[in-house]
Design a binder for this molecule. Structure first.
Ligand code: HEM
Length: 183
């Protein structure tokens, strides 16, 4: 199955931009709480901010499952012929890494929360069923894991955005348009 239209489907585009907004918002709130707030000086405000972070970020789990299903049933448009085979490989590897991050961050985030004895709430509506009990040994692993993966995510995302801008403004090809427009 090939996509010769040169454009992503409207559904793929909506999922992409919706997840971009949610992901960046969740990242900024998590970073703010993790690096600028402390329970000693900010008290319950830090708890409120972390709760907001969780309620937004857990939605990524549901969206990424839909997105992966959609990606496999609706192929992405081909990359420009002007790109070298090496750059095409890099693009595919980068996209795969982004999908892995989209899975790894919410999963480690939930494990972080559960192992610390807290819930993983979704949009202030319901909690994801708790899959592990409070566990300080697990917490000691998943807490740094979540934080390191969030840093890797920021690097990958920056690279992804810079690559999209280079395609649009320097190479002047259709790559960014393929995610914003329809034929
Ligand atoms: C796409 C999803 C997510 C992203 C992008 C993300 C990003 C981040 C970032 C950037 C931090 C701060 C790291 C640092 O200290 O430098 C963080 C911390 C944290 N995240 Fe996430 N996260 C996500 C999902 C989740 C989920 C689903 C949960 C729990 C249900 C969660 C729970 C936490 C907690 C408890 C902290 C610690 C905050 C603090 O110490 O103040 N995260 N996250």
């Amino acid at each position: 199955m090939k996509n010769t239209s040169g454009y992503y489907t409207r559904t793929a585009q909506i999922l992409h931009w919706l997840m971009a907004i949610i992901f960046i918002t969740a990242w900024l709130i998590g970073f703010y709480s993790g690096n600028f707030l402390s329970y000693d000086t900010d008290g319950s405000f830090k708890g409120t901010v972390i709760t907001l972070h969780k309620n937004i970020a857990t939605t990524i789990i549901f969206l990424v499952i839909i997105r992966i299903f959609w990606r496999y049933t609706h192929p992405s448009p081909e990359l420009p012929k002007s790109m070298s085979p090496f750059m095409k490989k890099m693009a595919h590897f980068g996209h795969l890494a982004l999908y892995l991050i989209l899975l790894a961050l919410p999963i480690t985030g939930c494990l972080f929360s559960w192992s610390a004895g807290h819930p993983a709430p979704v949009l202030y509506l319901f909690d994801i069923p708790q899959l592990v009990q409070e566990d300080s040994d697990l917490l000691a692993i998943v807490k740094p894991l979540h934080i390191y993966i969030s840093w890797i995510a920021s690097l990958l995302l920056t690279g992804h955005i810079l690559a999209a801008l280079k395609h649009h403004f320097i190479d002047k090809d259709n790559v960014l348009n393929s995610m914003t427009k329809q034929k």
